[in-house]
Write a protein that binds this ligand. Structure first.
Ligand code: DOR
Ligand code: ZN
Length: 345
């Protein structure tokens, strides 16, 4: 096969940031994607419906000319979130999901949740109205090894929440472990997972062996090769519970390349080329459509995009090493392998 056409993909987990950064990164997503679920971890976070409306308006104002792209908004769950505000935001169609960050788990998560009993009424409302909860699934307990934080989160936090709040629809975001893949497989139709581009490509050696590579540092941190393989198997399996959420997370190089650098891989630019390469290597190119274009809308109850994209295989494609912003460069994720698939239409 040297040419594939699929419904225009969606990105079910994207960081666009704001201001100059947003203006620089937005075209990298609108080029190939029809919709994206926009993460609310701005400073300050997008907590209320009013803030989500204003943020959506800023995104729409920054759209490149001719782009046909719909930002799907999320609210950032705090212990102060009011069920009534959230219900109104969902019923008006303003928001597609709510994002749960355990307090302190990652970039701009300080306003997240520490005491899960305090958000129970809000989660009950979400279960009632069918509004999905997108979960950053890592415990923040400093005594838990960083490579174990996802697996421990499932046992200590996620599973108890799901048992207590029947019918709550949950997306485990950016899963990185076999444990999470197994948990999602056993979870039934109310549970799904996004998988990022970079976690399909790197394992923890890529970050740490032969020198430290800050551009491969993200959260959850990449795990052992056996876990990466479990992710590739899940993504290419055709199972509806797994779909693409790139977690493309731009940081200025100056914020990545420092003694305490930020977490995040910026993959918006070359994601489709990388995915085609990964799926082809598994002999599963025909399943890329499910992963990138169908399973996400299926879970969120939205139509599959009618528009199409076509990828063609040929000589290796090159992408810019970095994109420019007014404040400096943002390095594009380097998959360390030649990419032969390019989006041609
Ligand atoms: O690597 C990450 N970067 N993981 C996250 O959970 C947040 C994201 C960011 O916002 O930079
Ligand atoms: Zn993220």
């Amino acid at each position: 096969m040297t040419r594939i056409t699929l419904p225009r993909p969606d990105d079910w987990h994207l960081h666009l940031r704001d201001g100059a950064m947003m203006r620089a990164v937005l075209p990298e997503t609108t080029r190939d994607f029809a919709r994206a679920l926009i993460m609310p971890n701005l400073v300050p976070p997008v907590v209320t419906a009013a803030q989500a409306t204003a943020y959506r308006d800023r995104i729409l104002a920054a759209m490149p000319e001719g782009a046909d792209f719909q930002p799907l908004m999320t609210l950032y769950l705090t212990e102060e979130t009011e069920a009534a505000d959230l219900r109104a935001a969902a019923e008006s169609g303003l928001i597609t999901a709510v994002k749960l960050y355990p307090a302190g788990a990652t970039t701009n998560s300080a306003s997240g949740v520490s005491d899960f009993t305090r958000v129970k009424p809000v989660l009950e409302t979400m279960a009632e109205i069918g509004l999905p909860l997108c979960v950053h699934g890592e415990v923040t307990d400093p005594t838990v090894d960083i490579f174990d934080r996802e697996a421990v989160f499932i046992d200590r936090v996620l599973d108890p929440i799901r048992r207590e709040i029947a019918g709550l629809r949950v997306v485990m975001e950016h899963v990185t472990t076999r444990d999470a893949v197994d948990y999602v497989r056993a979870g039934g139709s109310d549970l799904a997972a996004t998988i990022t581009t970079h976690h399909l490509v790197i394992n923890r050696n890529h970050i740490l062996a032969g020198g430290i590579r800050p551009h491969y540092y993200c959260l959850p941190v990449a795990k052992r090769e056996e876990h990466r393989r479990a992710l590739v198997t899940a993504a290419t399996s055709g199972e509806a519970a797994f779909f693409l959420g790139t977690d493309s997370a731009p940081h200025l190089d100056s914020a990545k390349l420092m003694p305490c650098g930020c977490a995040g891989c910026f993959t918006a630019t070359n994601t489709l080329s990388i995915l085609a390469e990964v799926f082809e290597a598994e002999g599963a190119l025909e399943r890329l459509e499910g992963f990138a274009s169908r399973h996400g809308p299926g879970f969120y109850g939205l139509p599959v995009n009618e528009d199409r994209v076509t990828l063609e295989k040929g000589e290796p494609v090159s992408y810019p090493a970095a994109i420019a912003t007014e404040d400096g460069p943002v390095t594009v994720f380097d998959p360390m392998m030649p990419l032969h698939w390019r989006v041609v239409a």
